[in-house]
Write a protein that binds this ligand. Structure first.
Ligand SMILES: Nc1ncnc2c1ncn2[C@@H]1O[C@H](COP(=O)(O)OP(=O)(O)OP(=O)(O)O)[C@@H](O)[C@H]1O
Ligand SMILES: [Mg+2]
Length: 412
C-alpha cells in the first residue's frame, strides 16, 4: 500500500440510502494544478432509510465494502474521509455575528475573524440538534458591506453573515457509530448537495445563482449557490425509491419488477403508450407504457413542487440564472432535465463532474457526483490541503471563496 504521508490523498465517502460510494483523489503527477481520481468503490447499503442510519452494522458493512474496493484500486489505506450527513433533519439557517475590535490600532487579526465567526454560531438550537458546518459568507466593518476577508483592515465594529448547517444529534451519532465500526474517522461532515455543487458547477454558475439537486434513492438534497456563497441547504425526504414504490402499487407488481420497469422504460414528458415488457427471474411482465409514465410523472412532479417551495422560501423560485443542475442516481431518468425546466420554469440540465483527471471517467456519472465532490471538499476543509487549493486555483479557484472559513470541523 502507498505511504499516505508521501503524497496527500483526499477521500470522499458518500453514505447513501441505496449505496455507499468512495472516491480517492491525489495531485496529478504531470500537472500539479489537477486532481486525479486514483480509486473508487461502491457497495449497496441496506442500513439506511431516507438518508438516516437505521441499522448501524449494515451501514458499517456497506462502508467497509466500498472502502475496501477503493483501497484495492488506489493502493491507499483509508482511515479517514469527508462524509455526508443526510436526511430531512438536516437544515440550513442564516446567522449573524457581531464583535467590537478593541486593539490599540483597531486592526483586524485572524483571531478577531475567528471570534466574530464564533459569535455567529451562538444560535439557539432546539435540544438534540447540533451544528454540522458553518460557512462565513460576508463580513461588514463599520457598515462597509460585502467584505470577503476583513483581516488587516481597521475598524471598530465587525460583523459576519454565516450559513449554518444543523442536524439532529441522534442521527449524526448513529452515522458516526457506523463509521467507527467501519474504522473510518470522519475528517469533516457536510451535505451531499454542497459536495455535488463543488463537483459539477463552474465559477459562473456559482456567481449567477444555481440550484443543485442530488436526487438519490430516499432523499433529494438541495443547495443554492449564489454570489459564490452558500445561500440555502435543504433535504427533501423523497427520491427514486418513492417512484419505484408508486409503480409497485400502481401496476400491482413486485418491487423488483417495478424497479426494472423504472430503470429500463420510464420516461418523463412522453405521451406515447408503447407496451412495456420486462423479464425478472425468467418471468415476463407486461404493462402499459402510458400508465408507467403517468405514475412516474406524478411523483416527480410532486418532488419538484417541494423543490419549488424551497426556492420560494428564499425568494429564488424562477429567479436563478444558473438554473437547476441535477445529479444523483435518479438523474438517469430520461427527460428529467426537460421536465424540471418546464415545472420549475428555470434552465435545467444533468450535472457532469468537471475538471478531474485519472480515473475520472469512472466517477463521471451523476450518481458519483456527491462522492467526487466530497473528495474535493476533503481538500478544501482541511487547512493544509486548503492552502494547496488556494495556491493551485483548484477546480476553477472558486472553492475557498465559496466555503469561507470553516468553523464546523466538528465531531471527531
Ligand atoms: N436509469 C435509471 N432511471 C431511473 N432511476 C434510476 C436509474 N438508475 C438508478 N436509478 C435510481 O437512483 C436511485 C439511487 O440513486 P443514488 O445512488 O444517488 O441514491 P443514494 O445516494 O444511495 O440515496 P440518497 O442520496 O437518497 O441517500 C435509486 O432509486 C434508483 O432506482
Ligand atoms: Mg445520495
Amino acid at each position: 500500500m502507498r505511504d499516505n504521508a508521501a503524497a496527500p490523498t483526499f477521500i470522499g465517502l458518500d453514505i447513501g440510502t441505496s449505496a455507499v460510494r468512495c472516491v480517492v483523489g491525489t495531485r496529478d503527477a504531470s500537472d500539479p494544478t489537477l486532481i486525479s481520481v486514483i480509486g473508487h468503490g461502491s457497495s449497496p447499503n441496506q442500513g439506511m432509510r431516507k438518508g438516516v442510519v437505521m441499522h448501524i452494522d449494515d451501514a458499517a458493512e456497506a462502508i467497509v465494502q466500498a472502502i475496501t474496493e477503493a483501497e484495492r484500486i488506489s493502493g491507499v489505506q483509508i482511515h479517514q474521509a469527508t462524509v455526508n450527513v443526510n436526511g430531512a433533519h438536516v437544515a440550513g439557517i442564516n446567522s449573524r455575528g457581531v464583535i467590537a475590535i478593541s486593539g490599540v490600532d483597531h486592526e483586524i487579526t485572524i483571531d478577531d475573524r475567528e471570534r466574530v465567526e464564533e459569535a455567529a454560531t451562538i444560535v439557539k438550537l432546539p435540544p438534540n440538534r447540533e451544528i454540522v458546518q458553518v460557512f462565513a459568507k460576508n463580513y461588514r466593518l463599520d457598515g462597509q458591506d460585502n467584505l470577503k476577508d476583513p483581516v488587516g483592515m481597521r475598524g471598530v465594529r465587525l460583523e459576519v453573515d454565516c450559513h449554518i448547517v444543523t442536524a439532529a444529534s441522534p442521527n449524526v451519532r448513529n452515522l458516526n457509530l457506523s463509521l467507527e465500526k467501519a474504522q473510518v474517522r470522519p475528517r469533516h461532515h457536510t451535505v451531499s448537495a454542497l459536495a455535488a455543487a463543488e463537483a459539477v458547477l463552474d465559477r459562473k454558475q456559482k456567481e449567477a445563482g444555481t440550484c443543485v439537486l442530488d436526487i438519490g434513492a430516499g432523499t433529494t438534497n438541495l443547495s443554492v449557490i449564489e454570489d459564490g456563497e452558500i445561500q440555502h441547504v435543504a433535504v427533501i425526504p423523497m427520491g427514486g425509491t418513492h417512484i419505484t414504490n408508486d409503480l409497485a402499487i400502481g401496476l400491482k407488481t413486485d418491487l423488483d419488477v417495478a424497479e426494472a420497469v423504472k430503470v429500463k422504460h420510464a420516461r418523463l414528458g412522453d405521451d406515447g403508450d408503447k407496451p412495456v415488457r420486462v423479464v425478472v427471474d425468467e418471468h415476463a411482465h407486461n404493462f402499459s407504457g402510458g400508465e408507467v409514465n403517468m405514475i412516474v410523472e406524478a411523483r416527480v412532479e410532486e418532488l419538484l413542487e417541494f423543490v419549488d417551495k424551497e426556492l420560494q422560501r428564499i425568494h429564488r423560485a424562477r429567479k436563478l440564472p444558473g438554473g437547476v443542475v441535477i445529479v444523483g442516481g435518479t438523474a438517469a431518468l430520461p427527460g428529467l432535465a426537460e421536465f424540471a425546466r418546464d415545472r420549475l420554469q428555470l434552465p435545467a440540465r444533468i450535472g457532469k463532474v468537471r475538471g478531474l483527471a485519472g480515473l475520472a471517467d469512472t466517477v463521471d456519472t451523476p450518481s458519483f457526483a456527491a462522492a467526487a465532490g466530497l473528495m474535493l471538499l476533503d481538500i478544501l476543509l482541511t487547512p493544509y490541503h486548503n492552502d494547496y487549493a488556494v495556491t493551485h486555483d483548484l477546480a476553477g479557484g472558486n472553492l475557498p471563496a465559496m466555503l469561507g472559513h470553516i468553523l464546523g470541523k466538528l465531531k471527531p
